[in-house]
Design a protein around this ligand. Structure first.
Ligand SMILES: [Ca+2]
Length: 238
C-alpha cells in the first residue's frame, strides 16, 4: 500500500483492524526505484534535532518511507490503542494500571537500531499519572508479536530512569540519552519500574521516537525481495 504523506496512518491502520502501520512503498512510484544491488553504505544515521522532530526512525517509517514499517504493542489498553504511540497525534491514551506496564516497538526485519537517544511524549489530558521511573530496553529475540511473546523475550536495559520528573504537563515531549553501550535491536520497549506521579502504574506515554544508527543487513533480510532507493536511502521491501 502506498500512503500519501498527508494521509492519517492511524486511520488506515484502524481500517485494517490492526495497529501495524501500512507497509512501505511499492517498488514503483513515489520517487523510489528498485536497486539491483544492496545498499552502498551499510550505516544509516538518525540524529535528534529537537523533540517531536522528523529525524527519528519512527517518523521515517511512518511518513518518509525510508525505514521499514513499525509495529506497536502495549501490555494492555485501558484507553486508546498501541498505534497511538507512533501516529504523531496527541491523545489521551494509557494502559491499565499494572506493575511493569510497557510499550514496545518492532522496527522490522533487516533494520536493527543501535539507539543513542529517545523521545517520549506525555498523553493529552494528563496533569497526573505522568511517568517517573522506567527502563528503555532492547531485544532481538521476540518470537511472537503478542503480549505473551514480548513478556517471554530477553530484554536488555539500555537506559534506566528513576523518579525522573522531566515531564510535567499534557502533550509535553522529553528526551533522554541511552546510557548503556547498546547493541543493535529490532525490538525496543519502555517498561515502568516504579509508579507514576499519581502513585499508580498507568503507562501514559503517547509517542515514542528513537534515534541512533541502523546497520542495514549486508544481504537481503529474510523474506525481503529487493531493495528500494530514492538515491539517498535504502530500505528492504517484501
Ligand atoms: Ca499519539
Amino acid at each position: 500500500m502506498r500512503t500519501p504523506p498527508n494521509t492519517s496512518l492511524l486511520d488506515i491502520a484502524k481500517a485494517l483492524g490492526t495497529d501495524v502501520l501500512p507497509p512501505g512503498p511499492a517498488p514503483a512510484g513515489g520517487g523510489l526505484t528498485v536497486s539491483p544491488d544492496g545498499p552502498p553504505a551499510p550505516l544509516r544515521y538518525f540524529t535528534w534535532a529537537y523533540d517531536g522532530d522528523a529525524a527519528g526512525v519512527v517518523y521515517a517509517a511512518a511518513y518518509a518511507a525510508i525505514a521499514t514499517p513499525v509495529r506497536a504493542l502495549r501490555s494492555s489498553n485501558s484507553m486508546g490503542s498501541p498505534g497511538d504511540l507512533i501516529d504523531r497525534t496527541a491523545q489521551n491514551t494509557y494502559t491499565n494500571s499494572e506493575f511493569g506496564a510497557w510499550a514496545a516497538l518492532d522496527l522490522g526485519v533487516g533494520f536493527p537500531l543501535n539507539p543513542t537517544r529517545y523521545s517520549l511524549r506525555n498523553r493529552s489530558d494528563g496533569p497526573g499519572n505522568i511517568i517517573r521511573s522506567w527502563n528503555l530496553q532492547g531485544s532481538t529475540d521476540v518470537g511472537e508479536w503478542s503480549v505473551a511473546g514480548i513478556n517471554a523475550a530477553t530484554w536488555t536495559d539500555l537506559d534506566r530512569r528513576t523518579n525522573d520528573a522531566s515531564l510535567t504537563f499534557s502533550d509535553q515531549w522529553g528526551h533522554w540519552d541511552v546510557t548503556a553501550q547498546p547493541n543493535a535491536y529490532r525490538y525496543i520497549r519502555i517498561i515502568m519500574t516504579g509508579p507514576e506521579s499519581s502513585g499508580n502504574w498507568y503507562l501514559t506515554i503517547d509517542e515514542i521516537e528513537l534515534y541512533g544508527v541502523v546497520t542495514l543487513a549486508p544481504n537481503l533480510p529474510s523474506g525481503a525481495t529487493g531493495w528500494l532507493t530514492d538515491g539517498t536511502h535504502y530500505v528492504p521491501y517484501y
